[in-house]
Write a protein that binds this ligand. Structure first.
Ligand SMILES: [Zn+2]
Length: 344
């Protein structure tokens, strides 16, 4: 089968690799029908050291179950399934607490342990706990939005939940990438009254407004902090969704939370230390977040997608075939595309 392999910064290739197959009795083999390139795939695309063996990329997919192991009970051959970016057993203490990204038998796709989903097929460990079966006859037109439940929409929602977005609250979303844009959808869905999007790319801002952003702040650093305070009677916002992970965006996020507010971090932090610790302390700001337990949120978000109340699939502004994936990485890295959908 063919799959996406990254050999180092800027070096993505489509190669023929051994067919994905069942290994554990709890596995499912899924033929991929839609996949995506993630903003987080751009970190290794920018920085990865050369590797002789390469890394099999991809952690967002929809597919059709082709085979299941002997211990798989609920997922059946022929099911159309959404795969969250982490696999989980659905039965351990953390899964029961809704934190499937910390599953004691879990892990992540596109790693050394489990090959990625930017491929013709993928082995899914812990199939019963991991996969979410789509209703039969699901409209093809919904596929892009359903695919976002693998990661970006679930991640934006996680940021909003951790940031305690609620009816009548003020919210700010730091970052206008696909996750930030989904964060706008999530903030609106949870009832935020004012949603300030911090971003500076015109095409993304247009989409952000359509998703529900009420104000746009395109300044950066101290000027951005000042602008947000101007827009909120000098107080800052109740809820901040940090969707970037860089030093400056984190500093901004912690500086625009109002006293007693909360910051939900979903941008993978690129530094060991967190900036603005002291103002956050004196303002009693709650800081939380991490990898989104997408599996916990898919069932909650699914009806809104199926019934068209939210359309997160609009973050995909380019479609590529598998052999066009290397150019898709380039396009996202150069900000030519917000997010690339891979069709088969
Ligand atoms: Zn678990």
């Amino acid at each position: 089968m063919r799959a996406t392999v990254m050999y180092g910064a800027g070096d993505v290739r489509i190669e023929t690799v051994p067919d994905a197959r069942l290994i554990e009795p709890t596995d499912a083999l899924v033929v991929v029908i839609r996949a995506a390139i993630c903003g987080s795939d751009l970190w290794p695309y920018k920085t990865m050291d050369h590797s002789e063996t390469g890394r099999r990329m991809g952690h967002e997919a929809i597919g059709v179950v082709e085979a299941v192991g002997a211990d798989v009970r609920t997922v059946k051959v022929g099911d159309v399934v959404v795969m969250p970016f982490a696999y989980s057993d659905g039965t351990c203490v953390f899964c029961h607490e809704g934190l499937q990204t910390s599953c004691i038998h879990g892990g992540f796709f596109g790693t050394v342990e489990v090959a990625g989903a930017q491929a013709e097929a993928v082995r899914v460990p812990q199939a019963d706990g991991t996969l979410v079966v789509m209703p039969a006859g699901t409209d093809d037109a919904l596929m892009p939005s359903l695919l976002t439940l693998s990661d970006v929409m679930a991640t934006g929602h996680h940021a909003a939940v951790v940031a305690k977005v609620g009816p009548g609250k003020t919210a700010a979303v730091v970052g206008d990438g696909a996750v930030g844009l989904c964060g706008v959808i999530a903030a609106r869905r949870l009832g935020a009254e004012q949603i300030i999007l911090l971003g500076r790319h015109p095409d993304r801002i247009i989409l952000g407004r359509e998703f529900g952003a009420t104000d746009i702040v395109s300044e950066r650093g101290d000027e951005a902090v000042e602008r947000v305070h101007e827009l909120t009677d000098g107080f800052g916002v109740h809820s901040v969704l940090e969707c970037v992970g860089l030093e400056e965006s984190e500093r901004t996020a912690l500086s625009i939370a109002r006293p007693g507010g909360a910051v939900g971090r979903v941008g993978v932090p690129q530094d060991e230390t967190m900036p603005a610790s002291r103002p956050a302390f004196y303002n009693n700001v709650t800081v939380g977040g991490g990898p989104a337990p997408a599996r916990a949120y898919i069932e909650e978000l699914l009806p809104d997608v199926l019934e068209g109340r939210i359309e997160p699939g609009r973050v995909f502004d380019r479609v590529a075939r598998l052999d066009e994936v290397p150019d898709g990485y380039r396009a996202m890295n150069e900000r030519e595309a917000i997010k690339v959908l891979i069709g088969f």
